[in-house]
Design a protein around this ligand. Structure first.
Ligand code: GDD
Ligand code: MN
Length: 363
């Protein structure tokens, strides 16, 4: 199998010679090509790369004059590649070249995707501040929530990965953001995904060209993917079920109190539980119908989990409401609405990650 390593570059003239040297040393027993896709860097990275190509036959250079975008640069590299296996890595040596052969070995042993992961045992980030790490973790959690297929890896936002070309054959990739791996995990044909721990090294030369705009782009990309893969529809279904639960709750409360003459607080206990059960049943046959294991025992387990997740919802709503009203002076009905929103998010996320977790994923 031949390996095509795609490296997008923008102002990396000092890094490219080192990268070429390190890859050359690390991959002597692998048939590979290195495709450098440069977006007409002002520091003339393309020129440095072309010079390297004349002395290193495995180097190929694509100079794009009219585009400046990390994701489309990667796709251009995919299109021009000749290998059956594709890798993507950064030029700045933050991704350790010596990991490429370990990743390639995993592909040869049957993985469709191998992610160079900072968040598994043995993985690490060398220089980031606590804030930047938190930001990255938060962004990763959002990916796991909005794009469930990204749960095959702890690090779906990594820029270092390898895939079999068949994963993206005939798959339309629309890189509205710069997280190309996320796009591939959401849409690619993947049976087996694996992770290779990497240490995300310090950047020694040049500076990062991904600015503040990336966060907005990322959220847009996430919502877009979530829409395309039906996860937003699922959230809407979950919300609709929640509304039906409120009606069930009030209806039974009324019937038991006014009609059967039961003390209203006792009726409330019964009506709350009834609405939890009706919500569960609807979500099980509708919202998450594609994500459940059959059998009565499994059904009971899911019901138990759903109930457990509902428990903290009640105090949570009160706490959020109380804080917003007492400390921020918010109008109490608005504060209640915010409380309901927080509870909705809690319920959806917890149930999606636990009660009806995606099971068709192999790691
Ligand atoms: N062709 C091209 N065009 N390449 C670009 C462009 C562009 O517009 N912008 C950046 N690059 C190249 C850089 O030259 C580098 O090789 C690589 O893309 C990553 O850019 P950095 O600027 O070094 O990004 P980073 O270190 O902040 O982010 C890295 O880590 C993230 C994980 O938190 C990247 O790997 C991200 O993809 C990754 O998500
Ligand atoms: Mn970098």
């Amino acid at each position: 199998m031949k390996l095509s390593i795609i490296v997008p570059t923008y102002n990396e003239k000092d890094n490219i010679p080192v990268l070429v040297k390190e890859l050359d040393a690390a991959l002597h027993d692998i048939d590979f090509e290195l495709i450098i896709v440069d977006d007409d860097s002002p520091d003339r990275t393309w020129e440095v790369a072309e010079n390297l190509a004349s002395t290193h036959p495995f180097v190929r250079v694509i100079r794009r004059r009219n585009e400046r975008d990390l994701s489309t640069a990667v796709l251009t590299g995919f299109e021009r590649s000749t290998g059956e296996v594709l890798a993507v890595m950064d030029a700045d040596l933050q991704h350790p070249p010596e990991k490429v052969s370990a990743m390639f070995k995993r592909i040869r042993n049957g993985a469709d995707v191998v992610v160079g992961s900072r968040y598994v045992e043995g993985g690490e980030i060398e220089e980031w501040s606590v804030i930047r790490k938190l930001y990255s973790k938060g962004a990763t959690l959002l990916a796991h929530i909005f794009v469930p297929k990204s749960r095959v890896t702890k690090d779906p936002l990594s820029g270092f990965f390898m895939i079999k070309k068949t994963v993206v054959d005939d798959v339309e990739l629309t890189p509205t953001g710069y997280k190309i791996l996320l796009e591939i995990l959401a849409k690619g044909k993947i049976n087996k995904a694996e992770e290779e721990p990497i240490i995300f090294r310090k950047r020694e030369r040049g500076k990062s060209s991904l600015g503040v705009g990336v966060f907005v782009k990322y959220i847009r990309h996430l919502l877009h993917l979530s829409w395309e893969t039906g996860e937003i529809r699922r959230m809407a279904q979950f919300a609709a079920v929640g509304v039906s639960g409120v009606l069930v709750n009030l209806g039974i409360l009324w019937a038991l109190t006014d009609y059967a003459g039961i003390y209203y607080l006792l009726s409330a206990v019964a009506s709350i539980e009834a609405s939890i059960v009706s919500n569960f049943v609807l979500n099980d046959v509708w919202t998450f119908r594609d994500r459940k294991e059959s059998g009565v025992t499994q059904w009971m387990k899911r019901l138990g989990k759903f109930n457990l997740i509902s428990l903290p919802a009640f105090p949570m709503q009160l706490v959020v409401m109380g804080i917003l009203k007492e400390f921020f002076g918010m109008y109490y009905l608005l504060a209640a609405l915010m409380g309901i929103l927080v509870v909705f998010i809690w319920n959806f996320v917890a149930n999606s990650l636990w009660t009806w977790r995606e099971m068709n994923l192999k790691t």
